[in-house]
Design a protein around this ligand. Structure first.
Ligand SMILES: NC(=O)c1ccc[n+]([C@@H]2O[C@H](COP(=O)([O-])OP(=O)(O)OC[C@H]3O[C@@H](n4cnc5c(N)ncnc54)[C@H](OP(=O)(O)O)[C@@H]3O)[C@@H](O)[C@H]2O)c1
Length: 238
């Protein structure tokens, strides 16, 4: 794995990945839709390993690329700049936020297969989509730690999946290969491995404010590789 991680979409998930990457001594190039100058605070917080660019600049600079934008903008990912690269797709389909995408509603395609179709000359791997941004940061552990969690990876290119697994390992997670992009429905919203296992049970009867505090403070639950395998195997197509 190279040493520069490009991040397209530097919101909750992109920033969490960037923090873990800098802690793992990777260089990061961040990008968003509004321009590099709007990322100055985050770059300053991350320190000398971080810089910002446009999505295309980040794509060209990255040995690996993480796409963490709302799915509705998937067709604005810079396909030419991403050609030949491995792109880790963190995105999930939420119709209320993303609008209706007929092929996804029909179940004809997984969201990552749609992204792969747009990025026809890239190798797309789905990962980091089934853990919330807070637990993604706080549940990361060094290799071999007894409370290390695993995350599923799915993709059509075995080498790209190996690269993604190496990134997960560097950032603090084991990887479980769950198959191709067509198989990645097993980690989409509403499936057993989606978010809740990593977050744990939310206590009942919390006010909105208490719920928010719980979200930020609850330490999360380790989800080892064997559990990820069980949960993804238990998924049922709607
Ligand atoms: N939040 C979570 O816990 C979580 C967990 C797992 C997966 N995900 C998935 O990860 C993706 C990102 O979620 P998020 O919560 O991090 O979203 P977010 O906080 O709203 O951040 C989205 C980021 O994408 C950028 N962006 C939007 N359109 C873009 C474009 N065309 N080109 C480049 N950058 C663009 C935004 O930049 P501007 O602000 O400049 O527009 C922003 O930096 C979503 O698909 C989500 O479903 C989220």
């Amino acid at each position: 794995m190279g040493r520069t991680l490009a991040i397209i979409g530097s919101g909750m998930i992109g920033a969490a990945v960037a923090r873990l990457a800098v802690a793992a001594e990777l260089d990061v190039v961040l990008s968003n839709s509004r321009g590099p100058q709007t990322l100055a605070d985050l770059v300053g917080e991350l320190g000398p390993r971080a810089r910002a660019g446009t999505p295309a600049e980040a794509a060209r600079a990255g040995d690996l690329v993480v796409a963490a934008i709302p799915l509705k903008a998937y067709d604005r990912l810079p396909a030419a700049a991403l050609a030949g690269r491995t792109v880790i797709d963190t995105m999930n389909y939420y119709p209320d936020r993303d609008g209706r995408l007929a092929e996804l509603d029909a179940g004809a395609l997984t969201s990552s297969a749609l992204v792969q179709r747009h990025l026809a000359e890239s190798r797309v791997v789905k990962a980091f989509n089934n853990i919330d941004f807070r637990r993604l940061f706080t549940s990361a552990r060094p290799a071999g730690a007894p409370d290390r969690s695993a995350l599923p990876v799915a993709g059509d290119d075995p080498t790209a999946k190996t690269e993604a697994a190496a990134l997960l390992d560097a950032l603090g997670y084991d990887a479980v290969d769950i198959g191709t992009l067509a198989d990645s429905w097993r980690t989409q919203p509403g499936t057993p491995v989606y978010v809740q296992p990593y977050m744990g049970e939310r206590p009942e009867g919390l006010s909105q404010e208490e719920g928010q505090r719980w979200f930020f403070e609850t330490p999360g639950v380790p989800v080892p590789a064997a559990r990820v395998k069980e949960l993804t195997a238990a998924a049922r197509q709607k």
